[in-house]
Design a protein around this ligand. Sequence first.
Ligand code: NAD
Length: 295
Amino acid sequence: MSMTIGFIGLGNMGAPMALNLVKAGFRVQGFDTHVAARDVAQAGGVVLAATAEECTHGADVVITMLPSGPIMLSVWGDVIPAMKDGALIIDCSTVDIDSCRNAHDLAAGRGLAALDAPVSGGVGGAVAATLTFMVGGSTDAFARAQPLLAAMGRNLTHCGEAGAGQAAKICNNMILGISMIAVSEAFGLADKLGLSRQALFDVAAKSSGQCWSLTSYCPVPGPVPTSPANNGYKPGFAAALMLKDLRLSQAASEGTGAETPLGAAATSLYEAMVAEGDGGRDFSAIFERLSNGGA
Ligand code: NAD
Protein backbone atom coordinates (compact mmCIF):
# COMPACT_ATOMS: atom_id res chain seq x y z
CA MET A 1 0.00 0.00 0.00
CA SER A 2 1.75 3.14 -1.10
CA MET A 3 -0.81 5.75 -0.14
CA THR A 4 0.49 8.81 1.73
CA ILE A 5 -1.62 10.31 4.51
CA GLY A 6 -1.23 13.73 6.11
CA PHE A 7 -2.47 13.59 9.73
CA ILE A 8 -3.04 16.84 11.64
CA GLY A 9 -3.84 16.72 15.37
CA LEU A 10 -1.86 14.01 17.14
CA GLY A 11 -3.52 14.20 20.57
CA ASN A 12 -5.13 11.53 22.73
CA MET A 13 -7.19 10.25 19.81
CA GLY A 14 -5.15 11.36 16.79
CA ALA A 15 -1.83 9.79 17.81
CA PRO A 16 -3.13 6.22 18.21
CA MET A 17 -5.23 6.60 15.04
CA ALA A 18 -2.16 7.74 13.08
CA LEU A 19 -0.13 4.86 14.53
CA ASN A 20 -2.75 2.36 13.36
CA LEU A 21 -2.43 3.77 9.85
CA VAL A 22 1.35 3.28 10.06
CA LYS A 23 0.80 -0.31 11.24
CA ALA A 24 -1.52 -0.90 8.27
CA GLY A 25 1.31 0.08 5.92
CA PHE A 26 0.42 3.67 5.01
CA ARG A 27 3.06 6.39 4.95
CA VAL A 28 1.86 8.94 7.50
CA GLN A 29 3.14 12.54 7.69
CA GLY A 30 1.94 14.15 10.88
CA PHE A 31 1.72 17.58 12.47
CA ASP A 32 0.60 18.93 15.83
CA THR A 33 1.20 22.33 17.41
CA HIS A 34 2.17 20.57 20.66
CA VAL A 35 5.72 19.19 20.78
CA ALA A 36 4.96 16.29 23.16
CA ALA A 37 2.19 15.05 20.84
CA ARG A 38 4.60 15.12 17.91
CA ASP A 39 7.19 13.08 19.82
CA VAL A 40 4.70 10.30 20.66
CA ALA A 41 3.65 10.02 17.03
CA GLN A 42 7.21 10.07 15.74
CA ALA A 43 8.19 7.27 18.10
CA GLY A 44 5.41 5.18 16.51
CA GLY A 45 6.62 5.71 12.95
CA VAL A 46 4.86 8.92 11.88
CA VAL A 47 7.10 11.16 9.75
CA LEU A 48 6.92 14.64 11.26
CA ALA A 49 6.11 17.69 9.16
CA ALA A 50 7.15 21.20 10.23
CA THR A 51 3.74 22.72 9.46
CA ALA A 52 0.20 21.61 8.67
CA GLU A 53 0.73 22.64 5.05
CA GLU A 54 3.85 20.46 4.82
CA CYS A 55 1.73 17.44 5.84
CA THR A 56 -0.14 17.78 2.57
CA HIS A 57 2.95 17.43 0.35
CA GLY A 58 2.38 14.38 -1.84
CA ALA A 59 -0.54 13.33 0.38
CA ASP A 60 -3.42 11.43 -1.23
CA VAL A 61 -5.54 11.96 1.88
CA VAL A 62 -5.39 14.51 4.71
CA ILE A 63 -7.04 13.69 8.06
CA THR A 64 -7.70 16.19 10.86
CA MET A 65 -8.40 15.26 14.51
CA LEU A 66 -8.68 18.58 16.35
CA PRO A 67 -10.34 20.03 19.47
CA SER A 68 -13.08 22.20 17.94
CA GLY A 69 -14.89 23.43 14.84
CA PRO A 70 -13.17 26.84 14.63
CA ILE A 71 -9.71 25.23 14.92
CA MET A 72 -10.58 22.59 12.33
CA LEU A 73 -11.92 25.23 9.94
CA SER A 74 -8.81 27.35 10.31
CA VAL A 75 -6.55 24.33 9.65
CA TRP A 76 -8.63 23.33 6.61
CA GLY A 77 -8.30 26.92 5.34
CA ASP A 78 -4.51 26.61 5.58
CA VAL A 79 -4.08 23.15 4.11
CA ILE A 80 -6.68 22.98 1.32
CA PRO A 81 -4.81 25.37 -1.00
CA ALA A 82 -1.66 23.26 -0.53
CA MET A 83 -3.27 19.88 -1.24
CA LYS A 84 -2.66 18.10 -4.48
CA ASP A 85 -5.42 17.92 -7.10
CA GLY A 86 -7.73 14.96 -6.63
CA ALA A 87 -6.80 14.44 -2.96
CA LEU A 88 -9.37 13.68 -0.25
CA ILE A 89 -9.72 15.51 3.08
CA ILE A 90 -11.42 13.94 6.11
CA ASP A 91 -12.25 15.51 9.47
CA CYS A 92 -12.61 13.04 12.34
CA SER A 93 -13.02 15.66 15.11
CA THR A 94 -16.36 16.29 16.82
CA VAL A 95 -17.45 19.75 15.68
CA ASP A 96 -20.52 21.95 15.26
CA ILE A 97 -22.67 21.50 12.18
CA ASP A 98 -21.92 25.00 10.79
CA SER A 99 -18.14 24.53 10.91
CA CYS A 100 -18.58 21.14 9.33
CA ARG A 101 -20.65 22.50 6.43
CA ASN A 102 -18.27 25.45 5.94
CA ALA A 103 -15.36 23.00 5.79
CA HIS A 104 -17.12 20.96 3.09
CA ASP A 105 -17.68 24.21 1.15
CA LEU A 106 -13.98 25.09 1.38
CA ALA A 107 -13.02 21.70 -0.05
CA ALA A 108 -15.67 21.89 -2.78
CA GLY A 109 -14.35 25.36 -3.72
CA ARG A 110 -11.00 23.72 -4.55
CA GLY A 111 -12.66 20.75 -6.26
CA LEU A 112 -11.52 18.33 -3.52
CA ALA A 113 -13.55 15.45 -2.11
CA ALA A 114 -14.29 15.77 1.62
CA LEU A 115 -15.83 13.75 4.43
CA ASP A 116 -16.91 14.45 7.99
CA ALA A 117 -16.13 11.25 9.87
CA PRO A 118 -16.42 11.72 13.64
CA VAL A 119 -15.85 8.73 15.87
CA SER A 120 -17.08 7.05 18.99
CA GLY A 121 -15.17 4.54 21.06
CA GLY A 122 -12.83 6.87 22.94
CA VAL A 123 -9.08 6.55 23.42
CA GLY A 124 -9.43 2.80 24.05
CA GLY A 125 -11.13 2.37 20.69
CA ALA A 126 -8.53 4.56 19.00
CA VAL A 127 -5.69 2.44 20.40
CA ALA A 128 -7.38 -0.88 19.59
CA ALA A 129 -8.51 0.27 16.11
CA THR A 130 -12.12 -0.50 17.03
CA LEU A 131 -13.60 2.99 16.58
CA THR A 132 -17.04 3.56 15.08
CA PHE A 133 -16.95 6.06 12.20
CA MET A 134 -20.08 8.04 11.27
CA VAL A 135 -19.47 9.45 7.84
CA GLY A 136 -21.00 12.29 5.83
CA GLY A 137 -20.11 13.03 2.21
CA SER A 138 -20.43 11.50 -1.24
CA THR A 139 -20.64 7.75 -1.79
CA ASP A 140 -17.53 7.94 -3.93
CA ALA A 141 -15.50 9.72 -1.22
CA PHE A 142 -16.73 7.21 1.36
CA ALA A 143 -15.59 4.32 -0.84
CA ARG A 144 -12.14 5.92 -1.22
CA ALA A 145 -11.82 6.42 2.54
CA GLN A 146 -12.92 2.93 3.54
CA PRO A 147 -9.48 1.23 3.58
CA LEU A 148 -8.12 4.00 5.81
CA LEU A 149 -11.06 4.09 8.16
CA ALA A 150 -11.00 0.30 8.39
CA ALA A 151 -7.39 0.52 9.59
CA MET A 152 -8.53 2.73 12.50
CA GLY A 153 -11.99 1.37 13.27
CA ARG A 154 -14.42 -1.50 13.12
CA ASN A 155 -17.85 -0.05 12.34
CA LEU A 156 -18.10 2.32 9.39
CA THR A 157 -21.49 3.83 8.61
CA HIS A 158 -22.13 6.12 5.67
CA CYS A 159 -24.82 8.37 7.19
CA GLY A 160 -25.56 10.56 4.17
CA GLU A 161 -24.30 13.71 2.49
CA ALA A 162 -22.02 16.42 3.93
CA GLY A 163 -22.66 16.97 7.66
CA ALA A 164 -24.57 13.72 8.21
CA GLY A 165 -21.68 12.17 10.16
CA GLN A 166 -21.55 15.08 12.62
CA ALA A 167 -25.33 15.05 12.89
CA ALA A 168 -25.22 11.34 13.84
CA LYS A 169 -22.46 11.94 16.38
CA ILE A 170 -24.28 14.86 18.03
CA CYS A 171 -27.61 12.98 18.20
CA ASN A 172 -25.99 9.80 19.54
CA ASN A 173 -24.13 11.65 22.27
CA MET A 174 -27.24 13.57 23.27
CA ILE A 175 -28.92 10.18 23.84
CA LEU A 176 -25.88 9.12 25.87
CA GLY A 177 -25.84 12.23 28.07
CA ILE A 178 -29.56 12.00 28.79
CA SER A 179 -29.56 8.23 29.34
CA MET A 180 -26.65 8.38 31.79
CA ILE A 181 -28.59 10.86 33.89
CA ALA A 182 -31.75 8.73 33.62
CA VAL A 183 -29.90 5.63 34.84
CA SER A 184 -28.20 7.62 37.63
CA GLU A 185 -31.53 9.03 38.82
CA ALA A 186 -33.02 5.54 38.92
CA PHE A 187 -30.15 4.23 41.07
CA GLY A 188 -30.47 7.24 43.37
CA LEU A 189 -34.19 6.57 43.79
CA ALA A 190 -33.55 2.85 44.34
CA ASP A 191 -31.13 3.74 47.15
CA LYS A 192 -33.79 5.86 48.83
CA LEU A 193 -36.38 3.09 48.42
CA GLY A 194 -34.09 0.51 49.98
CA LEU A 195 -33.85 -1.44 46.71
CA SER A 196 -30.39 -2.96 46.20
CA ARG A 197 -28.38 -1.65 43.26
CA GLN A 198 -27.72 -5.17 42.05
CA ALA A 199 -31.44 -5.97 42.08
CA LEU A 200 -32.27 -2.87 40.06
CA PHE A 201 -29.48 -3.72 37.64
CA ASP A 202 -30.65 -7.33 37.25
CA VAL A 203 -34.21 -6.27 36.52
CA ALA A 204 -33.56 -3.21 34.34
CA ALA A 205 -30.84 -4.94 32.30
CA LYS A 206 -33.49 -7.42 31.17
CA SER A 207 -36.41 -4.98 31.02
CA SER A 208 -37.46 -1.88 29.14
CA GLY A 209 -34.97 0.28 31.06
CA GLN A 210 -32.10 -1.53 29.35
CA CYS A 211 -29.55 0.77 27.67
CA TRP A 212 -25.79 1.13 27.16
CA SER A 213 -25.44 3.53 30.11
CA LEU A 214 -26.79 0.77 32.32
CA THR A 215 -25.38 -2.46 30.93
CA SER A 216 -21.97 -1.37 29.58
CA TYR A 217 -21.17 1.69 31.67
CA CYS A 218 -23.16 1.36 34.87
CA PRO A 219 -22.70 4.56 36.94
CA VAL A 220 -22.72 2.76 40.32
CA PRO A 221 -19.88 0.54 41.52
CA GLY A 222 -20.56 -3.19 41.38
CA PRO A 223 -22.79 -4.49 38.61
CA VAL A 224 -20.45 -3.84 35.63
CA PRO A 225 -16.84 -4.45 36.77
CA THR A 226 -15.27 -2.58 33.82
CA SER A 227 -17.26 0.63 34.30
CA PRO A 228 -15.40 3.74 35.56
CA ALA A 229 -17.59 3.69 38.72
CA ASN A 230 -15.33 0.84 39.89
CA ASN A 231 -12.22 2.88 39.22
CA GLY A 232 -12.90 6.09 41.13
CA TYR A 233 -14.68 7.53 38.06
CA LYS A 234 -11.39 7.94 36.22
CA PRO A 235 -12.27 8.57 32.53
CA GLY A 236 -13.33 6.84 30.33
CA PHE A 237 -15.15 9.73 28.83
CA ALA A 238 -14.56 12.93 30.75
CA ALA A 239 -17.52 15.09 31.81
CA ALA A 240 -15.92 18.06 29.99
CA LEU A 241 -16.06 16.14 26.70
CA MET A 242 -19.67 15.13 27.35
CA LEU A 243 -20.47 18.79 27.98
CA LYS A 244 -18.80 19.77 24.71
CA ASP A 245 -20.99 17.30 22.79
CA LEU A 246 -24.19 18.29 24.64
CA ARG A 247 -23.50 21.95 23.86
CA LEU A 248 -23.13 21.03 20.19
CA SER A 249 -26.52 19.29 20.39
CA GLN A 250 -28.12 22.41 21.87
CA ALA A 251 -26.53 24.68 19.25
CA ALA A 252 -27.91 22.33 16.57
CA SER A 253 -31.35 22.35 18.23
CA GLU A 254 -31.39 26.14 18.30
CA GLY A 255 -30.26 26.29 14.69
CA THR A 256 -32.98 23.95 13.49
CA GLY A 257 -35.84 24.60 15.92
CA ALA A 258 -35.79 21.00 17.21
CA GLU A 259 -37.34 20.54 20.66
CA THR A 260 -34.76 18.93 23.00
CA PRO A 261 -35.82 19.80 26.56
CA LEU A 262 -34.07 16.80 28.09
CA GLY A 263 -30.94 17.60 26.07
CA ALA A 264 -31.08 21.11 27.55
CA ALA A 265 -31.51 19.76 31.07
CA ALA A 266 -28.60 17.34 30.61
CA THR A 267 -26.45 20.21 29.35
CA SER A 268 -27.22 22.26 32.48
CA LEU A 269 -26.37 19.36 34.79
CA TYR A 270 -23.02 18.76 33.07
CA GLU A 271 -22.34 22.53 33.01
CA ALA A 272 -22.68 22.56 36.80
CA MET A 273 -20.48 19.49 37.15
CA VAL A 274 -17.71 21.02 35.04
CA ALA A 275 -18.05 24.48 36.64
CA GLU A 276 -17.49 22.92 40.05
CA GLY A 277 -14.21 21.34 38.99
CA ASP A 278 -15.33 17.83 38.04
CA GLY A 279 -14.79 18.15 34.28
CA GLY A 280 -11.88 15.69 34.40
CA ARG A 281 -13.93 12.95 36.08
CA ASP A 282 -15.79 10.38 34.06
CA PHE A 283 -19.22 11.63 32.98
CA SER A 284 -20.89 8.76 34.87
CA ALA A 285 -19.81 10.47 38.13
CA ILE A 286 -22.97 12.53 37.60
CA PHE A 287 -24.49 9.73 39.72
CA GLU A 288 -22.51 10.88 42.76
CA ARG A 289 -23.56 14.48 42.26
CA LEU A 290 -27.22 13.54 41.91
CA SER A 291 -27.22 11.25 44.90
CA ASN A 292 -25.33 13.78 47.04
CA GLY A 293 -27.83 16.46 46.12
CA GLY A 294 -25.09 18.38 44.32
CA ALA A 295 -26.70 18.57 40.88
P1 NAD B 1 -6.65 16.32 22.31
O1 NAD B 1 -6.77 17.68 22.90
O2 NAD B 1 -5.92 15.27 23.06
O3 NAD B 1 -5.97 16.42 20.85
C1 NAD B 1 -6.14 17.48 19.98
C2 NAD B 1 -4.76 17.80 19.40
O4 NAD B 1 -4.88 18.83 18.44
C3 NAD B 1 -3.78 18.30 20.47
O5 NAD B 1 -2.62 17.48 20.47
C4 NAD B 1 -3.46 19.73 20.03
O6 NAD B 1 -2.13 20.11 20.32
C5 NAD B 1 -3.73 19.64 18.54
N1 NAD B 1 -3.97 20.93 17.91
C6 NAD B 1 -4.73 21.96 18.38
N2 NAD B 1 -4.72 22.96 17.49
C7 NAD B 1 -3.96 22.56 16.44
C8 NAD B 1 -3.58 23.15 15.21
N3 NAD B 1 -4.00 24.37 14.86
N4 NAD B 1 -2.78 22.44 14.37
C9 NAD B 1 -2.34 21.21 14.71
N5 NAD B 1 -2.66 20.60 15.86
C10 NAD B 1 -3.47 21.27 16.72
O7 NAD B 1 -8.15 15.85 21.99
P2 NAD B 1 -8.65 14.38 21.65
O8 NAD B 1 -9.16 13.74 22.89
O9 NAD B 1 -7.63 13.69 20.80
O10 NAD B 1 -9.94 14.72 20.76
C11 NAD B 1 -9.84 15.12 19.41
C12 NAD B 1 -11.24 15.23 18.84
O11 NAD B 1 -11.89 13.96 18.93
C13 NAD B 1 -12.15 16.22 19.56
O12 NAD B 1 -12.92 16.89 18.59
C14 NAD B 1 -13.00 15.35 20.47
O13 NAD B 1 -14.25 15.91 20.75
C15 NAD B 1 -13.13 14.11 19.60
N6 NAD B 1 -13.39 12.86 20.37
C16 NAD B 1 -12.67 12.58 21.50
C17 NAD B 1 -12.92 11.41 22.19
C18 NAD B 1 -12.16 11.07 23.44
O14 NAD B 1 -12.59 10.16 24.16
N7 NAD B 1 -11.04 11.73 23.73
C19 NAD B 1 -13.88 10.51 21.72
C20 NAD B 1 -14.57 10.80 20.54
C21 NAD B 1 -14.31 11.99 19.87
